[in-house]
Design a protein around this ligand. Structure first.
Ligand SMILES: [Zn+2]
Length: 139
């Protein structure tokens, strides 16, 4: 049980870091706030963050194909035409931060998977030992 709560703590920190890096990669000024919220409060701000992560901030229309995309994308996601936004709006670390966010998220999900698996194994082992014991008493 001690180990499970430690793992859950680690998962929260990882998800918080993932939210922080994801928000930074989108030049979200509230990146730190989201990281802390997700890290401390877990799933609920996480869901809220997932809902707003692509809706906050400025959009512009691609001059080439008319696709509406995020101002901080270096190029149009549909046709690849470079964004006609002022250079200072483009976050040069976006790709790196997005990669980090995915990495933290993946580690967190893997940790949850391992914990669930370990819990199932413990549960099955517990049931098995109980049934062996009750059989021992029975016969
Ligand atoms: Zn385009």
């Amino acid at each position: 049980m001690m180990i499970v709560s430690l793992v859950m703590l680690a998962v929260r920190v990882l998800f918080g870091l993932a939210a922080y890096h994801d928000a930074s990669s989108k030049s979200n000024p509230d990146a730190t706030m989201w990281g802390l919220l997700v890290g401390f409060l877990g799933i609920i701000p996480g869901i809220i963050y997932l809902c707003i992560r692509n809706s906050s901030g400025n959009y512009l229309l691609c001059p080439n194909c008319g696709f509406k995309h995020y101002l901080y994308d270096a190029a149009c996601p549909r046709c690849g035409a470079p964004t006609q936004a002022p250079a200072q709006n483009i976050n040069p670390l976006a790709a790196q931060q997005a990669r980090r966010a995915r990495l933290f998220l993946t580690i967190g999900i893997v940790l949850i998977g391992i914990t669930v698996l370990a819990a199932v194994v413990c549960f099955v082992g517990f049931i098995a030992s109980v049934s062996v014991r009750s059989h021992g008493i029975y016969y």
